[in-house]
Design a binder for this molecule. Structure first.
Ligand SMILES: *Cc1c(COP(=O)(O)O)cnc(C)c1O
Length: 727
């Protein structure tokens, strides 16, 4: 840890105010705290109201305290021993060496995996993510930390992050960008040999780009973030890394140049020699070109030998099942930005373009980052079994001499970081039933079978408590939204009593891209009215999600759903929560009865939010797409449709909407409201147990990272291997 050693032995639990303060700050400066319920609670208790107002940011909270005031507060609440204990646990965690990785993938030890991603979603207080890809990266590095897999991560620091979403009077999405204060984030300058913050440079044909490097501690993992806001950069380049996915193609290629090439240079400047490069999605794939340059320059390799060598050590993960979703750049942008690097690689412009083309000689073809990723990695993977099939078909033309089954793209299905997404109330219930130490084994199936022995009433009560927490959260948010829009006091007041904890609650939260079909449940308004207003067996909906600022159809979808509240039939029964982020996601996946997911198959590469619901006893109601296509077994949740699609989207959509209505009417509602004499839905609870028992371990990020370590990192590092699944 960067902080100085602090006195740990204390008499009578007393600490000097400064030591106490420093220990709290040390806890706040490693994101480890964010997946420790007891540490999170500790911060909250210091000042619950400010905690909420400050987006659960402990550094911002602590900076409002003087050591003396903190000490007073701690003595009122008798927090000394908890602070001491948390601090000791962090130190133990950071120095443990009896990890899963030490036993199973020990050879990775000497040279870490360098994990590149354009976004990292770790906690709501660190807004450098937009959605699924970022949360996946965050979960990946948290599990790598937990398992002891030696890994450093590389990303970009966006000081304005992704936008904050507000809906106006008409229900139309407005975007707001706020500057994040670096001093309130758990970031410190990454220091080079000379004790100064590392700055890297990249020459382009149109000038020089510089970026400084920050260090974020995520448990045992170090995450390095590049930031172009440095003196010496052109004014517009100082804003290059301000926003995620903002700007045009030129902004995009420049960001990707900084991430890939800049990221490699940062590692070099920090004296980190990776044994494996893991490129999470195409944004960072320029890293491979810089790795080739290094090999040629440092070790005297020819371009061809260096390329082979780099590919051997590179793992590439693709996430995009539609051809249009892959980054492509035209020849002029490539030459402007990679020209100087190309000179060093001693290849022609045509050769360079060829690396990003399926047909290297087709001058009409633009440069595709995914093509470069597939060509420059020996191991490539999709993120679910179905997505593996789709990807092999989509990229078959890169290997025209092979049959589809032999296209070298395997799959490792995504998973979620349990300690982050499992509610602590549910964790306590599991702790009572599961064998001691089970939390270290959360990626293994056996411990989870104990779930079947949990008392049905206890499981239901725990779920009901979490559902009530969600409802309080929703009411607070909805009334705040009304107040902000300047609605009358009665409306603000009415918002405080929306929803009913005894009503079957369906959650839907995701990006409002049109293929996710957020309005599928609202296509037949009469059916929806009958469903929501059924006198005996009603249903209510909680919806959230952002549309990309340039996605007009997505914004229209938001408007359609959000404005249902203006229809008296749906007021207080279908609510839209603004500004979907990790905080909203956590409340929703921990409290809903049913998690709805209805993308147009097969466009959802994996999806992970439904996996978060599983852990907390939520049941999935989903199209058989992404992870659900391999997860659903008939007893552990609900399937919409049979896993087929029509060539005509309109027909697919109409069919799926029919199926959704049928499954809700015939399966979901009856099972939920079928109660025994104690008021317990025994069949539903059985399904909750089956869901947790069969899915929690399989779709955990621990299992995912173990799969990467064994089937991708180990062979890429040159150790012995097991092969990745291909079908
Ligand atoms: C988990 C999560 C996602 C990804 O979920 P999908 O199932 O892929 O939609 C997106 N955004 C947030 C905030 C999340 O927590």
């Amino acid at each position: 840890m960067a902080t100085t050693v602090m006195q740990d032995d204390v008499t009578h639990g007393e600490l000097s105010p400064q030591v106490l303060y420093d220990k709290c700050m040390a806890l706040a400066r490693n994101l480890w705290w964010s997946w420790q319920a007891d540490v999170t609670n500790l911060f909250r208790e210091l000042d619950p109201i400010r905690w909420r107002q400050l987006q659960h940011n402990p550094i911002a909270l602590l900076s409002e305290f003087t050591p003396e005031r903190l000490e007073m507060r701690a003595s009122e609440l008798v927090l000394y021993s908890r602070i001491n204990q948390a601090y000791r646990r962090l130190k133990e965690y950071l120095t443990r060496n009896d990890t899963w990785a030490a036993t199973n993938v020990g050879v990775l030890g000497s040279k870490p995996v360098a994990y590149f991603s354009a976004e990292f979603g770790m906690h709501e207080s660190m807004p450098i993510y937009s959605g699924g890809l970022g949360v996946l990266s965050g979960d990946h590095i948290k599990s790598a930390s937990g398992l002891g897999v030696p890994l450093v991560a590389i990303g970009l620091f966006y000081d304005q992050g992704y936008f904050k979403q507000l809906l106006d009077q008409d229900g139309y999405q407005r975007e707001e960008y706020l500057d994040t204060k670096v001093e309130n984030l758990p970031m410190e300058p990454a220091l080079g040999d000379d004790g100064r913050q590392v700055t890297i440079h990249i020459d382009t044909r149109s000038g020089r780009l510089a970026a400084k490097v920050w260090l974020v501690r995520v448990g045992r993992v170090r995450l390095f973030l590049l930031d172009c806001d440095v003196e010496g950069n052109q004014p517009e380049d100082r804003q290059l890394t301000s926003r995620l996915y903002g700007g045009d193609h030129r902004t995009r290629i420049r960001q990707e140049l900084v991430l890939g090439v800049g990221g490699m240079r940062a590692l070099k400047a920090l004296d980190i020699v990776p044994g494996v490069y893991h490129l999470n999605e195409g944004h960072s794939v320029f890293a491979t070109l810089e790795a080739i340059r290094e090999r040629m320059h440092d070790d005297g390799y020819t371009f061809d030998d260096a390329l082979r060598e780099v590919a051997q050590h590179t793992v590439f993960t693709t996430h995009t099942p539609v051809p249009a979703g892959h980054d492509r750049f035209d020849a002029a942008l490539i030459e402007e930005h990679l020209g100087p690097l190309r000179d060093a690689l001693e290849i022609s412009h045509d050769q360079m373009m060829g690396l990003g083309r399926t047909d290297p000689h087709n001058h009409g073809e633009s440069f595709c980052m995914t093509v470069l990723g597939l060509k420059l990695s020996r191991r490539a993977n999709a993120v679910s079994a179905l997505h593996g099939n789709v990807s092999r078909r989509m990229w078959h033309h890169l290997w025209p001499w092979r049959v589809e089954e032999e296209i070298p793209i395997g799959h490792i299905t995504n998973g979620v970081h349990l300690p982050t997404w499992l509610a602590w109330q549910m964790r306590q219930l599991f702790d009572r039933q599961f064998p001691a130490g089970w939390f270290q084994l959360m990626g293994e199936p056996d411990v989870w079978q104990e779930v079947h022995r949990i008392d049905a009433g206890e499981l239901w009560e725990t779920h009901y408590a979490l559902k009530n927490l969600l409802l309080s959260f929703v009411r607070r948010r909805v009334s705040r939204q009304c107040r902000r829009r300047g609605e009358p006091d009665e409306a603000v007041e009415a918002a405080r009593s929306v929803l009913d904890p005894n009503v079957l609650t369906i959650g839907f939260a995701r990006r409002f891209a049109t293929y996710k079909r957020a309005d599928l449940f609202a296509q037949d308004i009469d059916w929806l009215n009958a469903l929501v207003n059924d006198p005996r067996r009603p249903v209510q909906f909680i919806v959230a999600g952002k549309a990309h600022p340039a996605d007009e159809p997505g914004k229209q979808l938001i408007k359609k759903i959000a404005n249902l509240r203006l229809d008296p039939r749906f007021a207080g029964k279908i609510v839209f929560i603004e500004d979907y982020d990790i905080n909203v996601a956590r409340h929703m996946v921990q409290g809903v009865d049913v998690w709805l997911n209805n993308p147009r198959r097969p466009l959802e590469a994996s999806g992970t939010s439904g996996q978060k619901a599983v852990l907390n006893g939520g049941l999935n109601l989903s199209i058989l797409d992404g992870w659900w296509a391999e997860a659903h077994d008939g007893t552990n949740g609900f399937a919409i449709g049979k896993g087929t699609q029509h060539v005509d989207d309109a027909i697919t959509d109409a069919r799926d909407a029919d199926e959704l209505r049928r499954v809700v009417d015939e399966q979901v509602v009856p099972l939920f409201y079928d109660r025994d004499v104690d008021g317990l839905p025994q069949g539903w609870i059985r399904m909750m147990k089956s869901s947790i028992g069969s899915l929690a371990w399989r779709f955990s990020a621990h299992r995912m990272v173990m799969d990467y370590a064994r089937t991708a990192y180990l062979p890429a590092a040159g150790g012995s291997s097991c092969e990745m699944k291909v079908s």
